[in-house]
Design a protein around this ligand. Structure first.
Ligand SMILES: *[C@@H]1O[C@H](CO)[C@@H](O)[C@H](O)[C@H]1NC(C)=O
Ligand SMILES: *[C@@H]1O[C@H](CO)[C@@H](O)[C@H](O)[C@H]1NC(C)=O
Ligand SMILES: *[C@@H]1O[C@H](CO)[C@@H](O)[C@H](O)[C@H]1NC(C)=O
Length: 352
């Protein structure tokens, strides 16, 4: 009998320890990520939130899913998770085209259930992407009314190009392609980033709302629209408008420059691995690069649109190391193999 009691005591002790451990973990997650963005949102229940409620302070981080798919691949989830971790005090809004088809309007609860790896991060919000609403009061509305997405050669890309401009015009904040892994906060509010020494990217940029640069881009988008030329409304547009905007000093080494009142960041900040070398993300490196000169990494998923490469658990590739470090919850789910039993398909929004 005494032995049984002793055994029971020990058991109780371990059960208590386990509970304590769990509580500490929950507390950690709670304090680190859920205080995030709750100012405007306190007085509204989660399920009634609109993008205006969440993004009106102009400090949002904005990402899109332009296709109808509701099963974004691990890289997209990693991109969102890494942003939520790097910007715990800012709302991270993910606009999905497929969301209006969900039965009820309670997007936050439903989507958090659907994406369990993102649900611990209370600063992530999901919204349906409705372009007709988004483009209202911008030059893009007329273009959108005239266009037939089915006849567009690069609809996903031009749709994504327009959406990021209109949302940054309306709300201000930071735009990220869904194949950007965030490592540390970008210490600029108003910036564009070079992807090569002579080419401005549009996969990462930050601007306050109603900046004339954004308006000029939307005007040029509509006026000079060439849907059949890939990237013409994207990086080419940014590069074009910038050239009208300022005389750009050339980059020296890894320094940033400025274009009028907008910072123009060195290719090192987001594109330390240039698009032509995108497969390096899927290599095993003898020594992992420190990326000390970079804030985020654009992994050029458009180059991988045929899913030639995937992140393989246990491969020790650079991409696996990045997942482990910057999106640990997504990574853990891949190890446990609970959530992902399918091959990702359809290209992400990103380009060379
Ligand atoms: C930035 O510079 C542009 C062009 O000179 C000017 O029109 C705009 O008002 C400036 N914006 C801010 C916020 O300073
Ligand atoms: C990069 O940062 C790490 C960690 O802060 C540091 O240990 C390392 O020396 C840095 N490397 C370079 C090349 O600056
Ligand atoms: C993950 O699940 C799929 C489908 O159930 C299975 O085919 C695959 O072998 C699993 N992978 C691992 C690493 O367990």
């Amino acid at each position: 009998m005494a032995i049984v009691i002793k055994y029971l005591k020990e058991l109780m002790f371990f059960v208590l320890l386990a509970i304590l451990g769990l509580l500490t973990r929950l507390h950690f997650m709670h304090t680190k990520y859920s205080i995030g963005y709750m100012k405007n949102t306190e007085d509204k229940t989660l399920k009634m939130l609109t993008p205006d409620d969440v993004l009106s302070e102009g400090n949002g981080v904005i990402l899109f899913e332009i296709s109808e798919r509701m099963n974004p691949p691990p890289l997209v989830l990693c991109s969102i998770e890494s942003a939520a971790r790097v910007y715990p005090e800012r709302p991270v809004a993910f606009f999905m085209k497929g969301l209006p088809d969900i039965d009820s309007t309670d997007y936050q609860t439903q989507t958090r259930r659907k994406f369990p790896t993102l649900s611990p991060y209370k600063n992530i919000y999901f919204f349906p992407l409705r372009m007709d609403e988004l483009y209202k009061d911008t030059p893009l509305l007329d273009w959108y009314k005239k266009i037939n997405p089915k006849k567009e050669k690069y609809w996903i890309n031009v749709g994504a190009d327009g959406s990021r401009l209109a949302s940054i015009w309306k709300y201000g904040g930071l735009y990220l392609d869904a194949d950007v892994i965030s490592m540390r906060p970008v210490p600029h509010e108003n910036f564009l980033a070079a992807e090569t020494l002579s080419y401005c990217s549009n996969s990462v940029f930050g601007l306050n709302r109603h900046r004339s640069f954004t308006w000029k881009c939307m005007e040029d988008f509509v006026k000079n629209y060439k849907g059949e030329v890939w990237g013409y409304q994207g990086p080419s547009l940014f590069t074009r408008v910038m050239k009208q905007w300022c005389v750009l000093p050339p980059f020296k080494n890894t320094e940033d420059v400025t274009c009028g009142n907008i910072s123009y960041l060195n290719p090192e900040r987001f594109y330390p691995i240039p698009w032509g070398a995108w497969k390096r993300y899927y290599d095993v490196w003898e020594e992992l690069p420190s990326f000390n000169n970079s804030y985020s990494l654009h992994v050029w998923n458009y180059m991988n649109r045929n899913n030639e490469k995937t992140m393989v658990v246990g491969s020790n590739t650079l991409i696996e190391n990045l997942f482990q470090r910057y999106c640990p919850t997504t990574y853990a789910s891949l190890i446990n193999n609970v959530t992902f039993h399918r091959k990702p398909h359809s290209p992400l929004i990103s380009r060379v």
